[in-house]
Design a protein around this ligand. Sequence first.
Ligand code: NAD
Length: 342
Amino acid sequence: MFLRKLCRGSGALNIRTYSVGVIDKRPPKILITGGLGQLGVECAKYLRGKYGRENVILSDIIKPTTEVANDGPYIFADILDFKGLQKIVVDHRVDWLIHFSALLSAIGEQNVPLAVRVNIEGMHNVIELAKQYRLRIFVPSTIGAFGPDSPRNPTPNITVQRPRTIYGVSKVHAELLGEYYHYRFGLDFRCLRFPGVISSDPPGGGTTDYAIAIFHDVLRKGRYQCYLKPDTRLPMMHVRDALRALSEFLEVPNEKLNRRVYNVTSMSFTPEELAEKINQHLKEFQITYQPDSRQDIADSWPQVFDDSEARRDWQWNPEVDLDNLVSLMIKEVKEKIAANGY
Ligand code: NAD
């Protein structure tokens, strides 16, 4: 249905490039931008397991560790350099683009001009690129795309979005631009609004990072000072669920999607509730609370995320609950500390 509509809309359109993995029966060639952040490296591992090592190219503007370089293809890609991106797509015959590059909420507030460049100008580049080369493009959005005027418990898929951070503003811009390119040009734009994603890798400067830092500090120092108040409820998800959601969503046939942007989540908890769960595994640790500017950001964000549309349209179903998350994180962070000392 979608393919037919596209063909009518633009005569010169090449169907094959839109239908990789469906008509071609060859795995898609995937480029991940901003791939050396919290999500990129794990995402590449996950997708390489599914589509083959050589079919997933990780990219960023920073130097990879030996481990990352040995894990599969890695290249330099600055999302502010349009011609450079064109060359990569052509040289590597890219089919799908996973656009992770961004300055996150707390970091974005510290350097607004850079956040505008990376999050907004960068988005202009990748969406034009995807349009020119008929790429399927995935752009993650966030609970930060909502603001104090949005209903917070629960926050539905469609509601008021008036974020108060440059990060949130840039993500609403990305959502709207992607939808516009979809309806105007037939672009296969896909977007999931993630809650705080929890993994043992160092986080990139977001407001939900406390739920990662607490494991590292408690395991290394036996104490943690939290920058949010004990009763600050935020939606969260273990990275395993986040990557599974991304991967399943990328495969959903277009005719099943009623939207291009979906909320997804697994759970919601407060720092106090998380600390209580950790306490069931580790008896001796101290937690203190010293709220900073991130408290204002958290107070404007959803507390409970309504992902019923994703569950209905493409059967999204989280697997990692709070008990599992705590067990997994203790195990994974211990391994990381033993291997790297951090
Ligand atoms: P991160 O901050 O850890 O990584 C972002 C990466 O972008 C960095 O490695 C950085 O070097 C790269 N980058 C910066 N400028 C660039 C440029 N000019 N060209 C190319 N790359 C550049 O972010 P993350 O936590 O891995 O998040 C990935 C994506 O997922 C982001 O778009 C973020 O908004 C979204 N997201 C993340 C979370 C979360 O909890 N981690 C939650 C919701 C949404």
